[in-house]
Ligand binder design. Structure first.
Ligand code: G3P
Length: 220
């Protein structure tokens, strides 16, 4: 089985933007773990974060399926890739898009570029699975930013999504997120069939980020 993923989404937290994002990236890059660590940053931070932590896998948080030209304010995939993005979230609960947007994006990005499409529940995960993204992350919106992990509050949202996606395409890796904060939560996610976790506040609001990162991977 491939190594479990721990994807940290910086969102727009001040503790994970600009110089703080660079420092977090260095901490994640230096972690001794078998887990696949990924930092999902603002597109504004892609180049400096990658310069600071060249061996870390860095994603952006959103992309628009547009080419070069008259597309003011859009995040253009080729430009993000040229700045070092190895992947992107799409359709995050805080940045919803249409299924068509996801489909067009998938058609534009090169093979090997990771696209992690977010879903609120098993039924959205199933709809996304028909588009065959490399990854799907299930995150019940009501649990995002909270203190109880989805793996405890709604474990069936995780296992049902894993089953639903597998029934369509067992090559898609399913992550889970919302309230994930500890190594126990990560282990529970893996036990429920997930390939890893997507989290934010557990890291971005931590007093001791290093201790949280170590704990997150401690049971893998
Ligand atoms: O993308 C991660 C996410 O929305 C979960 O956030 O703060 O509950 O870990 P959080």
């Amino acid at each position: 089985m491939p190594d479990p993923l721990v994807v940290v989404n910086c969102k727009t937290y001040s503790t994970a933007s600009g110089a703080a994002a660079e420092a977090l990236a260095v901490q994640m890059m230096s972690l001794e773990t078998s887990a696949r660590m990924v930092l999902s940053v603002s597109p504004l931070d892609l180049a400096p974060v990658i310069a600071a932590a060249p061996d870390l896998e860095v994603w952006t948080q959103h992309l628009d399926p547009v080419g070069h030209g008259s597309n003011t304010g859009r995040i253009q995939p080729e430009t993000a890739i040229s700045r070092g993005a190895a992947g992107s979230l799409i359709n995050h609960a805080e940045r919803k898009v249409s299924l068509g947007h996801v489909d067009e994006l998938l058609a534009m990005v090169p093979t090997g570029f990771e696209v992690c499409a977010c879903a609120a529940d098993a039924s959205e995960a199933m709809a996304l699975a028909h588009l065959a993204p490399p990854m799907i992350a299930v995150e019940p919106p009501s649990l995002i930013g909270g203190n109880v992990s989805v793996t405890k509050a709604d474990p069936s949202a995780v296992s049902d999504s894993v089953d639903a996606v597998r029934s369509i395409d067992d090559g898609i890796r399913v992550l889970c997120g919302a309230g994930v904060k500890t190594g126990e939560d990560v282990a529970a996610a893996v036990d429920l069939g997930a390939s890893g976790v997507l989290l934010a506040s557990g890291v971005t609001k931590a007093r001791d980020t290093q201790a949280v990162l170590l704990d997150l991977v401690s049971m893998l």
